[in-house]
Design a protein around this ligand. Structure first.
Ligand code: IMP
Ligand code: MG
Length: 184
């Protein structure tokens, strides 16, 4: 039994639950894209653990690329101001693009990324997000593959961070409230 970091309140999805859901998503994506080549576009850094598991659960031919954007943060909320830190390396014209991200929250970051990718004239764009918090949506975003739909709670682990920490945890969990509000 792994010891939880002292800041962790509870585990939401353990390693086995994540692995099972990622395998299902991989099978669904492989069926939908049968006979085609995917460009999987990962959004750094949060998508890294999810994408590395998902790509191995996908059986169709797959090319990888990454992009990094900075969303300006107010506490635990993105502001909607997005800047590209690392652009894609591969031209997307005429390709089938699958965007892979950790979590769809307000939708601001992914809506910006989808518009950016659309402007490169791919044949198709689909979105796969491991987690979705629909209650928090400010900008509508169509998500094609979702791992887990969750309520409005701030979570960390399996790529998700708080102030760049906890991304390496193999599970997804909630931090204790006092971590965000040291005064409480
Ligand atoms: P959005 O622009 O509000 O949709 O923000 C999306 C990004 O915010 C995600 O890619 C994450 O990096 C981050 N984010 C949103 N919710 C959480 C959370 O609960 N924990 C950690 N990061 C989050
Ligand atoms: Mg992210």
């Amino acid at each position: 039994m792994r010891l939880l970091p002292p800041e962790m309140d509870r585990i939401l999805y353990g390693e086995a639950a994540i692995a099972e859901r990622v395998a299902e998503l991989g099978a669904e994506i492989s069926r939908d894209y049968a006979g085609r080549d995917i460009i999987m576009v990962g959004v750094l850094k949060g998508a890294v653990p999810f994408m590395s598991d998902l790509m191995r659960a996908v059986t169709v031919s797959c090319t990888l690329d990454f992009l990094s954007v900075s969303s300006y943060w107010r506490g635990t909320q993105s502001s909607g101001v997005v800047r590209i830190l690392k652009d894609l390396d591969i031209p997307l014209e005429g390709r089938d693009v699958l965007i892979v991200d950790d979590i769809l929250d307000s939708g601001r970051t992914l809506s910006y990324i989808i518009n950016l990718i659309e402007s490169r004239n791919p044949a198709s764009i689909r979105l796969c997000a491991l987690l979705d918090k629909p209650d928090r949506r400010c900008v509508p975003v169509k998500v094609d593959y979702t791992g887990f739909t969750i309520p409005d709670v701030f979570i960390v682990g399996y790529g998700l961070d708080y102030a760049e920490r906890f991304r390496n945890l193999p599970y997804i969990g909630c931090l204790k409230p006092e971590v965000y509000n040291p005064s409480t």
